[in-house]
Design a protein around this ligand. Structure first.
Ligand SMILES: *[C@@H]1O[C@H](CO)[C@@H](O)[C@H](O)[C@H]1NC(C)=O
Ligand SMILES: *[C@@H]1O[C@H](CO)[C@@H](O)[C@H](O)[C@H]1NC(C)=O
Length: 482
């Protein structure tokens, strides 16, 4: 009798725990989680947040300037001879707004599709590379920009990779000669997976590229989508069994092991998810379902196969009533391997794998504990009510608090060593965290990705209530035992 009651209570307790688990608790990053190199090299002091936006059609009011350190305007078109042909009246307005907020602005050349095809042509001869660099320096000068971003998607062979290297080298030399050494920034985008410069390229030494630029902007998203055979997250945090190398953490590790300097690596975060058409009758056991292409586009943006955060959160046609609660017609789940939420509409057979404040926090914490330079978002204007920008703000605040803490520790330990006669060089201990940095990453490799939500996608208990009810239940269990 008692046993049955306890089992019932425990089952209910277990259920309540799962149901209120909209996502993981986010353990705060402490100084001992941060690699010593990130403290000594100063990346903590100057953590960056890059945000991409379009050169046209985005008003200054759509950009949350306080969440960014750098705005990257995408994309400037080049002709095959290396002359930049894009002109836009909206650029001076963006630049003026950026100036007021201290955000630095870069011009990006290339992009996917046609943009990179003409960039490939412009990079392919010494003459056109020189032209391109001069033309971009002209753009920087005429709009009063802070730098240039090369977004070549993607070098298809070793010749093209060599041209990219030579193009970056020429761009760096031209910027330095025109504006003064190091006075303007140069960045390049990096392909998401495997530390490769493009899907068709064998691994190469990334260091010569890393040496040329200020930052590499890693496109750590688009891992799964309407183009995949199965539905899956746009940006999984950890590798999914059977899909080795396709994750945020794997991509970062591969670029670093290919020779990219962590202090110059900026991890990409998507402010959007991807929708796929799936075929499902029952509540699926996980988010990996046979897919037959793009699902419905986001209702506001109407981008094929994609839902921006403002699509997901649209009060009328969105899929989320709050950042973690599905609207009717949708079920929301959390996957504890990929550390991302996903949505299912079993009427329209639509799956959406996306990022939310919880999954982004997991990723920005990882950026801190890996000693990377910062984060990049695609795209800055996809936020809703500043919900995702708040994560980036808290990321930067944490970084600067930790930098201050490191400084305080350093000062107090050097004060100690000065006041002591036997001060040794060991005592400068500004938190030697080398080796400890990766131990604390939340997601356990062995956890199964599964369904952590109730079937309605809504939490049975509001979070604050569960805090009161669970102790009450525990008391009931104890009472039953007694
Ligand atoms: C379909 O989704 C609704 C929520 O929109 C849910 O209540 C229902 O249980 C789901 N049906 C199945 C078979 O999973
Ligand atoms: C960054 O902060 C650390 C300590 O917090 C300090 O030792 C270092 O000089 C700073 N570096 C830069 C570049 O500001």
């Amino acid at each position: 009798m008692h046993t049955a009651l306890i089992a019932l209570l425990l089952a209910w307790l277990g259920l309540a725990l799962a149901d209120t688990d909209a996502g993981p608790d986010q353990p705060a990053v402490t100084l001992k989680d941060v690699p010593a190199s990130a403290i000594s090299s100063g990346v903590l002091n100057k953590t960056v947040v890059f945000g991409y936006t379009y050169e046209t059609g985005v008003g200054v009011n759509q950009i949350a300037w306080n969440t960014l350190t750098h705005l990257v305007i995408a994309f400037f078109d080049t002709d095959s001879a290396g002359n930049i042909v894009t002109k836009s009246d909206s650029i001076p307005t963006l630049v003026a707004a950026a100036r007021k907020t201290g955000v630095r602005v870069l011009a990006s050349v290339g992009g996917d599709g046609g943009g990179s095809q003409s960039l490939a042509m412009a990079l392919s001869t010494a003459k056109s590379r020189t032209n391109l660099a001069a033309s971009l320096a002209g753009v920087v000068k005429s709009y009063g920009l802070d730098g240039v971003d090369y977004d070549f998607e993607f070098p298809g062979n070793m010749d093209q990779l060599g041209y990219l290297h030579d193009g970056l080298s020429m761009m760096r030399a031209t910027l330095d000669a025109t504006f003064g050494k190091g006075a303007r920034l140069l960045t390049t985008t990096l392909y998401s997976t495997n530390g490769l410069f493009g899907p068709q390229l064998q691994a190469v030494d990334a260091k010569p590229f890393s040496d040329l630029v200020d930052y590499g902007l890693l496109m750590s998203y688009d891992y799964f989508g309407g183009f995949s055979k199965v539905s899956g997250p746009n940006a999984p945090f950890n590798d999914i069994p059977g899909f080795k190398g396709l994750s945020f953490t794997s991509s970062i590790a591969s670029w670093v092991s290919a020779g990219w300097s962590p202090a110059k690596l900026v991890a990409g975060l998507p402010y959007y998810g991807r929708s796929t058409l799936v075929s499902v009758s029952q509540t699926p056991k996980d988010q990996f379902m046979p897919s037959s292409g793009n699902g419905a586009p986001g209702p506001v943006s109407n981008i094929p196969g994609a839902w921006t955060w403002y699509d997901l959160r649209d009060p009328k046609r969105g899929a989320l009533a709050s950042p973690t609660v599905a609207r009717s017609g949708w079920q929301r789940f959390w996957d504890s391997t990929t550390m991302t939420p996903w949505l299912l509409n079993n009427v329209t057979q639509t799956y959406i794998g996306y990022d939310d404040p919880l999954s982004l926090t997991t990723k920005t914490n990882y950026v801190l504990t890996s000693g990377l330079a910062g984060a990049m978002v695609w795209m800055a204007q996809y936020d809703y009510n500043g919900e995702l920008g708040a994560v980036l703000n808290s990321f930067r605040t944490t970084a600067s608090n930790l930098a201050q803490e490191a400084l305080d520790e350093e000062e107090s330990s050097s004060a100690e060593s000065e006041s002591s006669d036997e001060s040794s060089s060991e005592s400068s201990g500004s938190g030697d965290a080398s080796g400890s940095s990766h131990a604390s990453h939340g997601a356990s490799e062995s956890s199964l990705h599964g369904v952590d939500s109730d079937s309605s996608g809504n939490n049975i208990l509001p979070a604050p209530l569960s805090g009161l009810l669970l102790p009450a239940l525990a008391a009931a269990v104890l009472a039953a035992l007694g």
